[in-house]
Write a protein that binds this ligand. Structure first.
Ligand SMILES: NC(=O)c1ccc[n+]([C@@H]2O[C@H](COP(=O)([O-])OP(=O)(O)OC[C@H]3O[C@@H](n4cnc5c(N)ncnc54)[C@H](O)[C@@H]3O)[C@@H](O)[C@H]2O)c1
Length: 493
């Protein structure tokens, strides 16, 4: 089938490459001329496992790139909207790109098409897309609007797309439903999983169920799913804080809770809080849309509050580990919002680094994929290293801020030898405290008692140590994230 994808970011580009992998003819459109030139030249603008291989395999054959929407829409069966929907200053989803694209599609229609929302959008957006298209000359009957939310995770996006838990199709009629079923047929029939050259996945892949809903239910499924996952993260972080207060071990609590099949082990990972381009903005957008519909949903506000507080607790923990911060040399491992991606949007690591700089620390950071972005976002005084050991050389402490595999498998002996003081403050619980203690480290983690080399110490009373307010990073305000570290804001370019 001929498909058009508008927006070549983390979602659009992955969707385009994966649809090409499923046998479709894809044209990918973006209004960022530079990005399109880069893609045409064979480069890959984002870090994502298997994406370079898929782009190389299909570029110029089943996959083309353009900035020209009209040309891209010619003869396609469906057009997927995958542009950004960032948060406005008020916390609502900014739908201006979706509106702009809807207008442009309306003016370029050359026959019946299904217009598919792939971007995460507030409930009832499909109605707006339809109205905007009609107002811009699209003949009624020449299109349908459907919702096909995307659940991929950065870091494993290609695999998530090709081996999804489920495919949600929010459709208003048979005609659009039929087109979307055909598009996903290679997955829903299991045909793709018989292909010997498929992207590596489970040995015996499970055929994903297709869940057909109304467009508004599909829109809600995406917002509600992200809000629920963010709630799970904040919940376990709050439990970790109770563990710290009583000296219990959050990992044991997670095992005990997670083996209950009603709860599940996934997303029960305490840390420094969630970030990324989805959870923070989708949570506030869902809150805003619920409020607009007449329901306040205060639970969502509390989830955001716990998340903000978690980052501040971590900085207090660092202060608790080091007594004073001014002039301390800190190695920071991990800058993207999680391992496996170069995406720095709403990364809690940025907030931590900014607060520590404000406290007068010297920072030398390392991240396997995000340092290029970080240089543009963080103040110039942050230093960068080529690997974890270089970052740690001469450091008073080492902080782990995201969960790249590389950080969980460091040579501990080598690490300890290069550090000025063998202190590790682990914001992702990547190590076993006993092993760190045996390796000669004083080790602090989340929701577990701190350990000295070979012996336990009392839990650090993190609540007693104040951190100065920071002028850029407005800790009390998630609704309008600070321009200083919001990559979507023009000030940070
Ligand atoms: N990133 C994720 O993990 C993820 C997962 C699921 C859903 N989503 C949702 O998918 C959507 C896209 O997210 P993303 O992370 O890919 O964003 P992104 O910022 O990486 O990509 C968006 C792309 O759209 C392009 N664009 C903007 N306006 C355009 C226009 N008028 N015409 C053509 N191109 C235009 C931009 O240049 C950019 O390349 C968002 O709604 C997001 O919430 C993201």
């Amino acid at each position: 089938m001929r498909l058009t994808i508008i927006g070549s970011g983390y979602v659009g580009l992955v969707a385009a490459a994966c649809f090409a992998e499923l046998g479709h003819q894809i044209i990918c459109v973006d209004n960022d001329q530079q990005k399109i030139e880069l893609l045409r030249a064979g480069e890959v603008p984002i870090y994502e496992e298997f994406l370079p291989e898929l782009l190389a395999k299909h570029r110029g054959r089943r996959l083309r790139f353009t900035t020209e929407l009209t040309e891209a829409l010619a003869n396609c069966a469906a057009v997927f909207i995958a542009v950004g929907t960032p948060a406005t200053e008020q916390g609502e989803a900014d739908m201006s790109c979706v509106e702009e694209v809807s207008r442009a599609i309306a003016r370029s229609l050359d026959g019946y098409k299904v217009v598919v929302e792939k971007s995460t959008v507030p409930v009832l957006t499909h109605d707006w897309v339809r109205k905007v298209m009609l107002m811009n000359g699209a003949p009624p009957g020449s299109f349908d609007v459907a919702s096909n939310p995307e659940f991929l995770r950065e870091g494993s996006a290609v695999r998530d797309f090709l081996y999804p838990d489920r495919i949600v199709l929010g459709v208003g009629n048979e005609r659009s439903s039929e087109v979307l079923h055909q598009i996903y047929e290679p997955l829903a029939s299991g045909r793709y999983y018989q292909d010997a050259s498929r992207v590596p996945g489970p040995a015996e892949p499970r055929i994903p169920p297709i869940i057909v809903t109304s467009p508004k239910s599909a829109e809600l499924i995406k917002h509600a799913s992200n809000a629920f996952l963010a709630t799970k993260v904040s919940f376990i972080n709050a439990v970790a804080n109770v563990c710290e207060a009583v000296g219990a071990d959050i990992q044991q609590v997670c095992e005990g809770m997670g083996t209950d099949s009603r709860i599940g082990r996934k997303f029960l990972n305490p840390g420094i809080g969630y970030g990324g381009s989805c959870f923070p903005k989708d949570l506030v957008a869902f809150h805003a849309v619920a409020r607009e519909c007449g329901y306040d949903f205060p639970l969502l506000e509390e989830v955001s509050r716990v998340n903000r507080e978690q980052l501040r607790r971590f900085v207090r923990r660092v202060k608790g580990a080091l007594w004073t911060l001014r002039g301390k040399k800190l190695a920071v491992l991990g800058l993207s919002f999680k391992g496996g991606t170069d995406d720095m949007r709403e990364s809690p690591a940025l907030g931590v680094v900014e607060l520590l700089l404000y406290e007068g620390c010297e920072i030398r950071a390392y991240d396997p994929a995000a340092m290029e972005h970080a240089r543009r976002l963080l103040p110039a005084q942050v230093g960068y290293a080529a690997n974890p050991y270089e970052a740690a050389t001469g450091a008073d402490a080492l902080l782990i801020l995201n969960d790249w595999k590389e950080f969980a498998t460091m040579e501990l002996e080598r690490l300890r030898k290069v550090m000025a003081y063998p202190i590790v403050v682990d914001g992702r619980n990547l190590y076993d405290p006993a092993a760190m203690s045996a390796a000669g480290f004083t080790y602090y983690s989340i929701g577990r008692p701190a350990v000295l080399a070979e012996r336990k110490v009392e839990a650090v009373p993190v609540g007693d140590i104040a951190v100065s307010p920071h002028p850029h990073y407005r800790l009390g305000d998630i609704v309008a994230p600070s321009a200083a570290w919001n990559p979507q804001s023009p000030q940070s370019q």
